[in-house]
Design a protein around this ligand. Structure first.
Ligand code: ATP
Ligand code: AMO
Length: 451
């Protein structure tokens, strides 16, 4: 409420955050709407009966009520930032939707849950009502909005590719099989092949926001079996770095604008997760780009055994990625950076090898706080080269499921590159949340299929 409401009658619909009877003549309600709170007072006076005071003070916590009253200054000033400094003197109270008497989840005085992550996720609807979850879901909405905004401004077309696919693609592992009438189908593990087929279909610049399914038994803090993917694919003229630079600017835009547009939500989340406000962006507004081998050298300098990484057969382990994240934060003062030129051996078959050194590839990963949020690459657009690359990775070009994809290149296809981002991971690492499940509305992991 603002000063404009002072001494005026208002009607609000809100949840009961807390209700208490002070005496036979006085009761208090704390009302809550999307994390914002206002105190309401009911005192005996014409036409308010003692029975109405008892009823109001005894309302079940979380019930949704409609309250009409006059806005006044409270006798004891309210100092909390999330509670209005004005209060409502109640005239009428109507029950809109009553909550059960026993809530399965306890919250502290600040409204933060005081239970385990499992209990929070089991009771996710209640958990979503908390101030912190409200703010996190706004950040997630913000990342999607900013991604779409930037893509559309760049002339990109919003596409929707099938999630039910006829064959296990992208190499075969990690797909969910589902019944499809008399056949089997699979849930798409990435829009990869379709976004490239759109490029072959002369669409030039495309993006998608859609679910991605991974049948991987990864029980970690950052793996989900269904996550929200932000994907894009673009043609380029001379060099794949045109697309890489585009992706870097896209991320700098998203992260900078999040800080600007969602400062209130970030401050709220910071009360429960202190790192939420400390994400460091490069000071010059340009992404820090290093090569994979620069990363190897930085780790080596720090005394880490990187012999397997130097042999180009193995990607960084999670522990190495995190350590590199810390080294880069200390040295370059940024939590967001890009590694370019990954070894060919650790990338998928559709990745273009570096023409100057075939041990490497024209591919990149983006990191936030030392953990991967995006993978991308220049793609092979020449059919012969693509078939050779498949064979080199142990895939048979004639095998079922690849023919439509490969046919797309037989008609000619312009050079292109792209990337795939994990929405939940961006939210998680931007806010420094300890678990990706907190950045998913109703998370799916190997153990969890409900709520
Ligand atoms: P991608 O997006 O390519 O899947 P990622 O880095 O998140 O990227 P992986 O490459 O599959 O995922 O795995 C990376 C790291 O995640 C591994 O090095 C490992 O430390 C960890 N990880 C994956 N699966 C498990 C698991 N089941 N248990 C523990 N850790 C795992
Ligand atoms: P990749 O497999 O690296 O690349 O996935 C892209 C991004 O998706 C996110 N991600 C996940 N998020 C939550 N849970 C998971 N299990 C999970 N797995 C991946 C990460 C990751 O960086 N086709 C390529 C993209 C491309 O080249 O365009 C691909 O799918 O943030």
């Amino acid at each position: 409420f603002t000063e404009d409401h002072y001494e005026k009658e208002v009607t609000v619909v809100a949840r009961v955050d807390n209700a208490r009877v002070q005496s036979a003549k006085l009761a208090f309600l704390m009302l809550r709407q999307q994390g914002q709170k206002v105190q309401a007072v009911i005192a005996a006076a014409e036409p308010i009966s003692r029975q109405m005071i008892k009823y109001t003070g005894g309302l079940n916590v979380n019930s949704i009520v409609q309250v009409t009253g006059i806005v006044k200054k409270p006798e004891i000033p309210i100092s909390s930032a999330s509670i209005s400094h004005l209060e409502i003197h109640i005239r009428k109270v109507y029950m809109i939707s009553e909550a059960a008497q026993m809530l399965p989840m306890q919250v502290d005085a600040e409204g933060a849950p005081i239970v385990t992550l499992k209990t929070r996720l089991d009771n996710r609807v209640l958990d979503l009502q908390t101030e912190t979850s409200q703010a996190i879901t706004w950040i997630s909405s913000g990342v999607s909005e900013l991604f779409a905004e930037y893509m559309i401004k760049s002339g990109s077309r919003w596409i929707f590719t099938p999630k039910l696919v006829g064959a296990a693609t992208e190499g075969g592992s990690g797909v969910f099989e589902v019944k499809y009438f008399k056949r089997n189908a699979y849930l798409a593990q990435s829009p990869q092949l379709y976004k490239q087929m759109c490029i072959a279909g002369d669409m030039e610049n495309v993006f998608e926001i859609a679910p991605v399914f991974r049948a991987e038994d990864s029980n970690t803090h950052r793996h989900l079996t269904e996550f929200s993917g932000l994907d894009f694919e673009k043609t380029f003229r001379n060099h794949y770095h045109e697309v890489l630079e585009f992706a870097e600017n896209l991320l700098v835009f998203i992260l900078t604008q999040l800080k600007e547009r969602y400062a209130t939500q970030i401050a709220t989340i910071q009360k429960s997760y202190p790192k939420a406000g400390d994400f460091k962006l490069p000071k010059d507004g340009k992404a820090l780009r290093l090569n994979y081998m620069d990363g190897v050298a930085l780790l080596k300098e720090a005394g880490v055994d990187v012999s397997e990484q130097e042999s180009f057969e193995n990607d960084f382990t999670t522990a190495m990625e995190k350590q590199l994240g810390q080294i880069i934060r200390d040295k370059y003062d940024t939590d967001f950076y890009v590694l370019d030129k990954f070894p060919m051996a650790v990338r998928p078959f559709y990745t273009k090898a570096d023409p100057n050194d075939k041990r490497f590839s024209n591919s990149y990963d983006f990191f936030m706080r030392g953990e991967e949020i995006m993978s991308g690459a220049q793609r092979i657009h020449d059919i012969k080269e693509l078939e050779e690359s498949m064979r080199a990775k142990g895939l048979e070009p004639n095998q079922e499921g690849f023919e439509d994809y490969l046919n797309a290149f037989r008609q000619g296809c312009p050079p292109h590159a792209g990337g795939g981002l994990g929405l939940n991971r961006i939210v998680m690492f931007f806010l420094g949340l300890p678990n990706v499940r907190l950045a998913s509305l109703f998370p799916r992991d190997p153990q969890r299929l409900r709520p």
